[in-house]
Ligand binder design. Structure first.
Ligand code: 13P
Ligand code: SF4
Length: 355
């Protein structure tokens, strides 16, 4: 690796070392980066939490892989001093909200979620003023400020259960995903959900034609679609579930068409090369998730950057909404022996107590 000194050094001047950048790690091989990450992790008592959409090599060095619910449960439960979050910004923020005493790091601060940016705190406050009786349900794909304005959070795996926990006659403001809101509306039969007009570009761009083509090419495959997709795709799917639910489907079936981001499909294909796993859409790539690289992860652990910092008043209010969700989802404790046996038998969904 080249020296971590940038710029020209005038003769006789003492050079001022500047912080290295991830580019300084570009010459390191994948093995060298893995060794460096593993060693630093132990030194710092750090845990790496990775979302299912991360690059395969990042998934391989993650201590815990999962969907948003599993990752937030893990963030709340971990005994590590440092949480390195390989995902997008709202996920790292959620970890900080739940574990304020821990240092939460992100390899690339620019890894945001465009869906989360559809709604802001002030905009949500205005809508709440128009519907003062409504309960506010915030999909975790939202900023800490939006969570602070909400009564309860939900993820793709527990949204239906969370909405069912709210009295049927009470209106609900659901932010920011219109597709998930519509799915929940259909599954609960409620007609009093006021949905924000946000969406995920990765899932919203998937179209029925692609699904039909994939089915024609693989007539025996199960079609599993993420609830962030449009309603016509959800209606045409065999199963609608979160990314962790999709991993479960992949483990139990030989042929699957995945209506979600490529990162999950790539890992499943690497894990089960003998099975037929195909993406519903080859274009379903979340550029934000892919901003995290092994070089940035090694840099992040070496230099303790970038740290996620939150306003304490916002954090405390956001914590309430997340806590309520975790209570409704079986909290964050590890499954008991009995629950683990039920999970194995397929009776209880793994990592989620919201059945
Ligand atoms: P999951 O909680 O299902 O992993 O979804 C998170 C996400 O960002 C999907 O786009
Ligand atoms: Fe956000 Fe969509 Fe990327 Fe998920 S896939 S992080 S919802 S932009």
């Amino acid at each position: 690796m080249r020296q971590f000194l940038h710029g020209l050094i005038a003769p006789g001047k003492v050079p001022t070392p500047t912080l290295p950048t991830p580019l300084d790690y570009a010459g390191l091989s994948r093995e060298e980066l893995t060794a460096r990450i593993t060693a630093r992790k132990v030194e710092r008592n750090a845990v790496i939490l990775g979302h299912n959409y991360q690059r395969v090599e990042i998934q391989e060095v993650s201590d815990y892989l999962g969907d948003s619910l599993g990752l937030s449960q893990e963030a709340a439960a971990t005994e590590a001093d440092v949480i390195v979050f390989c995902g997008v910004h709202f996920m790292a923020e959620t970890a900080k909200i739940l574990s304020p005493e821990k240092t939460v790091l992100m390899p690339d601060l620019r890894a945001g979620c465009p869906m989360a940016d559809f709604v802001t705190g002030p905009a949500l406050r205005r809508l709440k003023e128009e519907h003062p009786d409504a309960a506010v349900v915030a999909y975790v794909n939202s900023t800490a400020e939006v969570k602070a304005e909400s009564d309860v959070c939900c993820t793709s795996s527990n949204a239906v259960a969370v909405v069912k926990s709210i009295p049927r006659d009470q209106p609900i403001i659901f932010v920011p995903d219109r597709n998930l809101a519509r799915y929940v509306q259909q599954r609960t039969g409620r007609d009093n959900i006021i949905a924000w007009d946000g969406y995920c570009y990765v899932h919203d761009d998937m179209v029925l034609d692609e699904l039909a083509r994939a089915r024609k090419a693989h007539p025996n495959a199960l079609v599993v679609v993420h609830p962030e997709a449009r309603s016509e795709l959800l209606e045409a799917a065999d199963i609608v579930t979160s990314t962790a639910g999709m991993v479960d489907v992949a483990e139990k079936n030989d042929a699957v068409i995945f209506g979600t981001e490529r990162g999950l499909v790539d890992r499943m294909k690497a894990q089960f090369p003998e099975k037929t796993f195909v993406p519903l859409s080859g274009a379903a790539v979340c550029g934000n998730m892919k901003l995290n690289t092994m070089a940035k992860l090694a840099w992040c652990l070496d230099h303790g950057r970038h740290e996620v910092v939150l306003d304490e008043a916002i954090r405390v209010r956001a914590h309430r909404a997340l806590d309520r969700m975790l209570e409704l989802s079986g909290g964050w404790s590890a499954p008991t022996q009995e629950e683990a046996a039920l999970e194995l038998a397929g009776v209880r969904p793994s990592g989620c107590g919201c059945s």
